[in-house]
Design a protein around this ligand. Structure first.
Ligand code: ADP
Ligand code: ASP
Ligand code: MG
Length: 411
């Protein structure tokens, strides 16, 4: 049995009319050759609205109850979608993450998929033309509902495509592919025909929310052919695949930005072995992901350590940083929420010197101060003030000539 996995995001199923339109699109694509698994997100901004309601009840909702609440959004979508398909004469059934057998760890609100027991799904696929699966959710070994982190329906779709050995996994969204930068920030950004898993993984991890990073990671691991395309238009989209030598010609594939992190600084930290291990060990124990870290040059036996965490983790991270600061006799802790991270990504960077210098020069010409820098083989990221983010992304896009049709960009 050949299987196709399609995922439709929130804006694609924002209203009952949109759900009917998606049902019609899926119905049209059924030709007897494939069984289709359709993964759906919650309608429009439902997840945001549910979150807002939780915080209207209490400033500290428990993560277990948050998951119980947030998982309802996707269930509404799959039920309505199956009703729409049935009204078109298509046999369809909806399943929650638990019913599909998506078993996760217990990290509520950011759980990882451990395994998928496909027996029920296979059975339903035998009996129906379409199986609709609630994205973004699974169940832990205790039997509690968990969610997979914001944007997690992408991961549901790619993971299902992997276990079902689907021909491809189509991610339908409100843009017609992956662009050289967020097209809502850079109007002349260019659509990419193809992008390697590694580049997409970097872009996604660095803030391009068109795909959840974990979904790309899973796609790379299991060799799933992922196609990002529009649910509103018929355009061909962007293929995410293994890199090939021609991809190295362009050394910058795209620019990502992220305004969801905050910076914490611990001042006058004793410059001794074991101190960094203590600070970051405590944060890791609390399941807080630390992104960039910088340590100043030591002066008079002390140093300042700055690091970034997700804004949603900031209150807890600050509390822990203050506690550890007292324990190690540091001078105190401060936080800055008004930061943004701007990153350039490309596998061709590996073999081209001067990319970093050009990035720093571009920011300097815009009079934008760089607060932190981090690099890997295929990316360079700078933390800057949040207000300058659009100017920075547009200037970099211009400077690296990403809007041009040429294959090789100029240094
Ligand atoms: P969905 O609800 O379908 O999952 P998302 O809002 O999560 O959609 O992702 C699509 C959005 O990703 C686009 O509307 C766009 O603003 C944003 N985006 C960020 N970077 C990029 C990029 N490089 N290419 C395309 N879209 C991008
Ligand atoms: N509804 C969830 C979110 O808004 C999951 C998703 O859309 O992928 O993050
Ligand atoms: Mg998304």
């Amino acid at each position: 049995m050949k299987v196709l996995v399609q995922k439709y995001g929130g804006s694609s199923v924002a209203t009952p009319e949109r759900i009917r339109a998606v049902a019609q699109r899926v119905a049209k694509s059924l030709n007897g050759e494939y069984k289709v698994v359709v993964v759906l997100s919650a309608m429009g901004d439902t997840t945001d609205r549910l979150l807002k309601m939780a915080y209207q009840i209490t400033p500290n909702p428990s993560s277990r109850e948050l998951d119980m609440l947030l998982s309802t959004g996707e269930q509404v979508s799959i039920a309505l979608f199956c009703m729409a398909l049935e009204s078109l004469g298509i046999s369809a059934v909806s399943l929650t993450g638990a019913q599909v057998g998506i078993i996760t760890d217990s990290a509520h609100t950011k759980a990882k998929i451990m395994e998928i027991d496909t027996r029920r799904l296979q059975q339903e696929l035998q009996q129906h033309q379409v199986v609709a699966v609630a994205g973004f959710q699974g169940i832990n070994v205790r039997g509690d509902i968990v969610t997979l982190g914001r944007g997690g329906s992408d991961t549901t779709a790619v993971a299902l495509a992997a276990v079902l050995e689907a021909e491809k996994c189509e991610i339908y969204t409100d843009v017609d592919g992956v662009y050289t930068a967020d097209p809502h920030l850079v109007p002349n950004a260019k659509k990419l025909e193809r992008i390697s898993y590694d580049e997409m993984l970097e872009l996604a991890s660095l803030g391009s929310k068109v795909m959840q990073a974990r979904a790309v990671e899973c796609g790379k691991k299991y060799g799933v052919k992922i196609i990002v395309r529009s649910s509103f238009k018929e355009n061909s989209g962007t293929i995410i695949c293994e890199e090939d030598p021609s991809m190295e010609k362009e050394f910058i594939r795209g620019i990502a930005h992220n305004t969801s992190e905050a910076k914490i600084t611990i001042r006058n930290v004793p410059d001794q072995p074991g101190i960094a291990a203590k600070i970051f060990g405590i944060l890791a124990e609390a399941n807080i992901v630390v992104d960039m870290i910088i340590q100043d040059v030591s002066e008079h036996g002390t140093t300042n350590i700055s690091f970034t965490v997700e804004k949603t983790d900031l209150p807890q991270a600050l509390k822990l940083a203050e506690k550890v600061s007292q324990e190690i006799n540091a001078k105190g802790v401060s936080a800055d929420k008004n930061i943004a991270k701007v990153s350039i990504v490309g596998i061709g960077m590996r073999s081209n010197a001067g990319v970093a210098a050009k990035m720093f020069q571009t920011l300097s010409e815009e009079n934008i101060n760089i607060q932190m820098i981090s690099t890997s083989e295929i990316k360079i990221s700078c933390v800057i003030e949040e207000n300058a983010v659009q100017r920075a992304v547009q200037a970099l896009h211009r400077k690296f000539e990403l809007d041009k049709e040429s294959i090789e960009n100029e240094l």
